[in-house]
Design a binder for this molecule. Structure first.
Ligand SMILES: *Cc1c(COP(=O)(O)O)cnc(C)c1O
Ligand SMILES: [Zn+2]
Length: 388
């Protein structure tokens, strides 16, 4: 294994353990209706890949190339994604009575959200595997990111988006030359249409967890966080959950770093935050269920959280429980006031989804779930500018 060479060895179904050839375009395990996860030769990698290796490279998520699926350097698409700031939030912390509060701010990513990480990797790998025409159902940001990386990779993108998705998302898709299909309904309705077209027209389906590599891109948030904290992870990560790629990706990152022997101490407790008007993961977590039932009549101003059901429900719920984490829902009014607080006290104008993580803190404190001196990281997953 040489530097920058992907250590990818196989794809695996986390439910039945079956292996799949990673060097062919793959979708899901049809038997289990489960996402596939990428596995790497961490044992051999650990012999020479050290924390200083990615640290010495140029900024961006491809400095983790060994732990990502793209094999050839020339296939690594980039618009400058990753290596976002980890900002201390001392004023917000003081207001809440928390002594070590941080915000991982994903808004500087290309296309203004962390969706860039997932789609940079997924589009690059799909093109490497000879796919040239993609389709995605999206609440908004994933469509914008797919359109941008498809343009960058000279591929074609079809985007299915609810007609009431943010204007910025609709326009960024059109401007990038992608085919935008507005759907009268939710992301679940868009997914049904996109899935039919994918089959019919043989477009490659980039839906959340219907291909194995978006989650690999999202994983880099966990790698960066571990590195920024000098390989001693924070106590708690608070994350807004739609399809769950971020949570599952970070949990996978920590598992791989542990296998490499880089982590010092235990993994963080994961907190999944959803909106009261659409909280399928929260409901399933509270019921002790292994699967999340679809949410009826999903309604919230946080477009990225308006996801009635996710294909990775088992993986999300497992990660929350393994981490001794929790899940909770917040009101739209709480999201709005948290948005203002984050902007006023820290200078970060968050996406509503990012603001939801801040809105969750008073609840967690009231429940006695957080200690005031714990190291806590909120994820602002996107820029508030897209929602003005
Ligand atoms: C998509 C999206 C989410 C939800 O992300 P998952 O990792 O898929 O759960 C959160 N915030 C923003 C801004 C998003 O665009
Ligand atoms: Zn399976």
């Amino acid at each position: 294994m040489k530097p920058y060479e992907s250590a990818l060895t196989r794809l695996e179904c986390p439910e039945c353990g079956r292996g799949f050839d990673p060097d062919r375009a793959q979708t899901v395990c049809e038997g289990c209706l489960s996402p596939l996860l990428a596995r790497y030769d961490l044992k051999n990698l650990a012999a020479w890949f050290q924390p200083g290796t990615p640290a010495a490279r140029p900024r961006g998520l491809w400095r983790w190339a060994e732990l990502l699926p793209v094999r050839k350097a020339e296939n690594r698409l980039t618009l400058g994604e990753g290596d976002t700031p980890l900002l201390p939030a001392a004023r917000l912390g003081k207001k809440l009575g928390l002594s070590q509060l941080f915000i991982k701010d994903e808004s500087p990513n290309p296309t203004g959200s962390f969706k860039a990480r997932g789609l940079a990797v997924a589009v690059a790998r799909a093109i490497e595997l000879k796919q040239r025409e993609f389709v995605i159902p999206t609440a908004g940001n994933a469509g914008g990111a797919l359109a941008a990386y498809a343009a960058r990779g000279r591929a074609k993108a079809h985007v299915y988006m609810p007609m009431d998705a943010p204007q910025a998302n609709q326009q960024e898709v059109r401007m990038a030359g992608a085919d935008l299909q507005l759907v009268d309904g939710l992301i679940s309705d868009a997914a049904r249409l996109a899935g039919q077209q994918a089959k019919h027209k043989r477009w490659f389906d980039m839906s959340t967890f219907k291909e194995p590599y978006r989650v690999e891109g999202k994983k880099t948030m966990g790698l960066e966080l571990a590195e920024a904290f000098d390989w001693r992870l924070p106590d708690v990560i608070v994350y807004p959950t739609g399809g769950g790629t971020g949570l599952v990706g970070m949990w996978k990152a920590f598992e791989e770093l542990e296998a490499l022997g880089w982590l010092d101490g235990r993994r963080p407790r994961l907190v999944s935050v959803q909106a009261e008007g659409c909280a399928p993961v929260v409901r399933a977590f509270q019921q002790g269920a292994a699967r999340a039932e679809p949410w009826q009549e999903a309604r919230t101003l946080a477009a990225g959280l308006r996801v009635p059901s996710t294909f990775a429900d088992r993986l999300i719920l497992r990660a929350l429980r393994e981490s001794r984490g929790t899940a909770l829902a917040v009101k739209d009014e709480e999201i709005l006031s948290a948005k203002q607080d984050m902007a006023q006290l820290e200078g970060i104008l968050p996406a509503p989804e990012g603001a939801a993580t801040l809105a969750a803190l008073p609840h967690l404190l009231t429940e006695g779930w957080l200690e005031r001196d714990e190291k806590i990281v909120l994820f602002n997953t996107g820029s508030g500018l897209k929602y003005l």
